[in-house]
Design a protein around this ligand. Structure first.
Ligand code: AHG
Ligand code: MN
Ligand code: MN
Length: 331
């Protein structure tokens, strides 16, 4: 029985099981867990913003207060850049590649992340999260944007931290999905969900139905169909929270391309790819509606993609509707 095992111990045990894993990766992951704990502490203080000061202003101690997404972004960069495990990073919050300063050692991994997903929900005490994706750098020399433009199928690891009623870290290295809950009293992530499997078919659908007027026939007909099937609607508006609930309970999340977002809204490298890796490892599926997310060849860092993700049978069913209606968006 591994339940209750600290993350660091679990990682070391995994490392022993899989000859491919190196201590390097375990070190990288431990640094990431530190960043997660720092962000978690700050997110939990968000309600005190009027006391401590709002973003762009100074707090009662006279310190400059940052917006939480900027804070999460710089926390991850600062925590990860000196570990010696990375050759570079890319973040939803930064335009180009984040290089490792010359005075720090470099490693062979590349980290991509959405530092704070669902950030518009912070002010109203709804769960937000951090999403990350790790790949290997396959070229020698300077790190360029091209190094990051690899299909999601090449991810070495992916995961998210959800700052909810408790803080949880969920990740995969391609050997199943494991969830750890932060015990604030000891400051450790403890194994709470070993080998998460998602339902083959779910009872929940999650989509922003306020966008109905912009949808294509595929989305319209699919949603009409699943309503007839009696699925329940649940939409928080933080991808990480909607995804996490559906992963544990079974269900499907959709953010299709529509007239307002013709390429979809969510980001391929920071959101869709990491969650697609996780959902597949849990027995689910992720699709653009036309193809498997993990097979998409990225063309740019901030590329957007339509996303249908969750229980296998639900995603496959949605694909049938989207495939039947592909050209409909042009009018
Ligand atoms: P972020 O906060 O990182 O910009 O992401 C917001 C995303 C995602 O979390 C959520 O699923 C989606 O935006 C919600 O979009 P709508 O408000 O258009 O439904
Ligand atoms: Mn996001
Ligand atoms: Mn974000």
């Amino acid at each position: 029985m591994k339940i209750g095992m600290p993350l660091t111990k679990f990682l070391l045990e995994e490392q022993r099981h899989y000859p491919g894993s190196t201590g390097n990766f375990t070190g990288l992951f431990s640094d990431l867990a530190v960043a997660a704990k720092i962000i978690s502490r700050e997110v939990n203080k968000a309600g005190l913003i009027n006391i401590l000061g709002e973003a762009g202003r100074t707090n009662v101690q006279g310190e400059e207060v940052q917006k939480l997404d900027a804070y999460a972004n710089s926390t991850i960069i600062k925590t990860m850049e000196h570990g010696g495990h990375l050759s570079g990073m890319a973040s939803e919050e930064c335009e180009g590649v984040i290089d490792i300063p010359d005075h720090y050692p470099r490693g062979h991994y590349l980290l991509m992340f959405d530092p704070l997903d669902g950030s518009s929900n912070i002010d109203v005490n709804i769960s937000v999260g951090t999403i990350f994706s790790i790949i290997r750098k396959t070229t020698e020399g300077e790190t360029t944007e091209k190094d990051f433009l690899r299909p999601g199928a090449e991810q070495v690891s992916a995961g998210y931290i959800i700052y909810g009623s408790s803080t949880m870290l969920v990740y995969t290295t391609g050997h199943g999905v494991h969830g750890f809950t932060l015990d604030p009293s000891v400051g450790e992530f403890l194994l709470s969900h070993e080998d998460i499997r998602t339902a083959e078919k779910g009872n929940i659908y999650s989509i922003n139905e306020g966008n109905t007027k912009n949808w294509s026939g595929g989305a319209l007909k699919y949603v009409e169909e699943i309503k007839k099937d009696g699925l329940s609607a649940r939409y928080v508006g933080s991808l990480v929270a909607d995804f996490h609930r559906n992963l544990l309970k079974g269900g499907v999340f959709l953010y299709p391309a529509d007239k307002k977002n013709p390429k979809g809204k969510l980001r391929l490298l920071y959101e869709a790819n990491p969650l697609a890796f996780i959902v597949e490892q849990a027995g689910g599926a992720a699709s653009t509606g036309l193809e498997r997310i993990l097979d998409v060849k990225p063309k740019e860092l901030h590329q957007r993609t339509p996303l249908i993700i969750g229980s296998q049978a639900d995603v496959k069913k949605a694909e049938r509707f989207f495939r039947a209606e592909t050209p409909a968006l042009s009018n």
